[in-house]
Ligand binder design. Structure first.
Ligand SMILES: [Zn+2]
Length: 184
């Protein structure tokens, strides 16, 4: 399993729901995704980012310590997540994406979200999040709709961002990098 990067077409496809009977087959996939997320120092990963067009995401917003390791790993898995509510202030903040290495893009998000999903046992749960957690969830849920950070930008900003991204790739940006040395 590895992280696919833009412009891989799988990142622009809408993902399929996971049938209840299939959930157990996706447990090892979900665990591998979490491992890969930690290895890449990300705080979220969606199945399309590893080339799997299914509605599965993992998020862990536990702050990493100095070594980049999460102090206490606490991955939350969401199968077939549905947004029940989005509310609160909309804020713009820089985001990175493991599938768009080397750059950060300012994205407007709601401060609060409520999501319903199934866990890895197929049990339904609801979760409310705010701030950075809410932002991370909105970012990962976008991936299930085939929406990347680029689609949040207007056409002119998008051309700029894609240019910056192409330069970052040329400079050797890898998943987990949020910037590259321009003179590398
Ligand atoms: Zn992403």
């Amino acid at each position: 399993m590895h992280i696919v990067v833009a412009p891989n077409p799988v990142l622009r496809e809408k993902s399929e729901p996971i049938a209840p009977g299939e959930i157990k087959n996706f447990r090892p996939v979900a665990k591998q995704m979490a491992k890969l997320m930690y290895k890449s120092q990300g705080c979220g990963l969606a199945a399309p980012q590893v080339g799997i067009g299914k509605r599965l995401i993992v998020v862990d917003v536990t702050a990493p310590d100095e070594d980049g390791e999460a102090a206490e790993k606490d991955p939350v898995f969401f199968i077939n997540p549905v947004i029940k509510r989005l509310w609160g202030e909309k804020e713009v903040s820089d985001e990175g994406c493991l599938s768009i290495p080397g750059i950060q893009i300012p994205i407007e998000r709601y401060n609060n979200i409520e999501v319903e999903a199934l866990d890895l046992d197929g049990e339904p749960f609801a979760l409310e999040a705010e701030g950075f957690y809410a932002r991370a969830l909105q970012h990962e849920l976008d991936h299930l709709e085939g929406t990347t950070m680029f689609e949040h930008l207007d056409p002119i900003e998008r051309i700029q961002a894609i240019k910056e991204y192409e330069e970052a790739l040329k400079a050797g940006a890898k998943p987990g990098d949020t910037s590259v040395e321009k003179d590398r």
